[in-house]
Ligand binder design. Structure first.
Ligand SMILES: [Zn+2]
Length: 355
């Protein structure tokens, strides 16, 4: 008989235990950069609504005292850019990728303009708003121009130039980047993160341990897991051999895409069940989304997000959960010095349907 999934928290060889259930929220903030090189064009996006939605999300985080991690495309730190008049084009410091699936130059989309004329490509005001939140938020990196890192065209020189540029613009703003979220969750070249001063990245959603069960049993366990998450599907952070921490995502908050016209209370039910699981099993709940997942139906999505934040705050105030940023979690794990490097690259499975 196979081991019961209740037997243990899903612990890979490089995972480390947590002293208390832990909630992390990360938001991929990319405006037009996340969509500019996509060929499907299938995702609804209302860039003009994103600033208001970001302000309202920051309001929620302030009300419930939630520090979140904002993974921001480096180009959004700027309020203008352009060629230097010497024909070099924008950002000559970048080594740009030549993807087989893209006809034009990677930076052909760069408007070489400014915040006022091209607000979907610059976001200095957004960085300011995040930094000004009364509950301190973490400013993290989502690359400089959202390059797809796991493609062979993204050489180490390309990725290193993106990281350097992101670190530089953040440094000019007085911010030190500690956490990285891979564009499209395309995870690769992890040691370069450590070389550029990062302490953690958001990993893919681990495969539940019952994924290898017979089909009938897997379906039954998955159904139970949806209603009351099982101990076996709980997730822990893991240390990559390079020394950076994998803080795996566990829940994409995309209620409109997933739940259609269901009421917000139903949208919130599953993430709240996962929060309680994290408290129960001292595991990680890592919710992530893009502002465009909220702009798709902002009023209802914000009601659902409010419920999730309220539930996290209640568990925290009861001493059953900590709510931390990716960077703070990595710092705590570093301080605890608990994990020893292990063989293997520790990379979890990338998830589908994300950017
Ligand atoms: Zn530019």
């Amino acid at each position: 008989m196979t081991a019961a999934p209740e037997a243990a928290v899903a612990a890979g060889p490089a995972t480390v235990p947590l002293e208390v259930g832990t909630c992390v929220i990360s938001i991929d903030t990319e405006l037009a950069w996340g969509m500019a090189h996509r060929r499907d064009g299938s995702v609804r996006h209302r860039f003009e609504d994103e600033r208001e939605v970001i302000d309202r999300i920051l309001g929620l985080f302030a009300r419930y005292e939630i520090p979140a991690t904002w993974a921001i495309v480096g180009h959004l730190f700027l309020d203008r850019c352009g060629g230097d008049g010497d024909g070099a084009g924008p950002h000559p410091e970048l080594v740009t990728p030549r993807y087989s699936w893209l006809d034009e130059e990677w930076l052909a989309v760069d408007p070489c303009s400014d915040l006022e004329r091209a607000p979907s490509w610059y976001g200095r005001d957004i960085v300011d708003a995040i930094v000004a939140c009364p509950v301190p938020q973490e400013v993290a990196s989502h690359g400089f121009t959202h390059v797809v890192v796991d493609d062979p065209a993204c050489t180490p020189e390309v990725f290193a130039s993106e990281l350097r540029a992101a670190v530089r613009v953040a440094g000019e703003r007085g911010l030190a980047l500690r956490s990285f979220v891979y564009p499209r969750n395309a995870i690769a070249q992890i040691p370069l993160l450590a070389e550029h001063g990062f302490r953690c990245y958001r990993g893919g959603r681990p495969v539940p341990p019952f994924a290898g069960e017979p089909a009938w049993r897997r379906r039954a366990l998955a159904l139970v897991d949806t209603v009351r998450p099982l101990r076996g599907s709980a997730v822990l952070p893991a240390r990559h051999p390079s020394g950076v921490w994998n803080v795996p995502q566990t829940y994409l908050f995309a209620p409109v895409e997933r739940g259609g016209r269901l009421p917000p209370a139903v949208w919130a039910r599953r993430p709240i069940a996962r929060l309680r699981q994290a408290a129960r099993h001292r595991s990680l709940f890592h919710l992530w989304f893009h502002p465009y997942n909220v702009t798709a139906d902002p009023e209802r999505a914000l009601v659902a997000l409010d419920r999730v934040c309220a539930a996290a705050a209640r568990l925290r105030d009861a001493g059953r959960l900590e709510v931390v940023t990716m960077g703070d979690l990595a710092a705590r794990l570093d301080a605890a010095g608990e994990a020893a490097p292990v063989p293997g690259d520790g990379t979890a499975q990338p998830s589908a349907g994300c950017s």
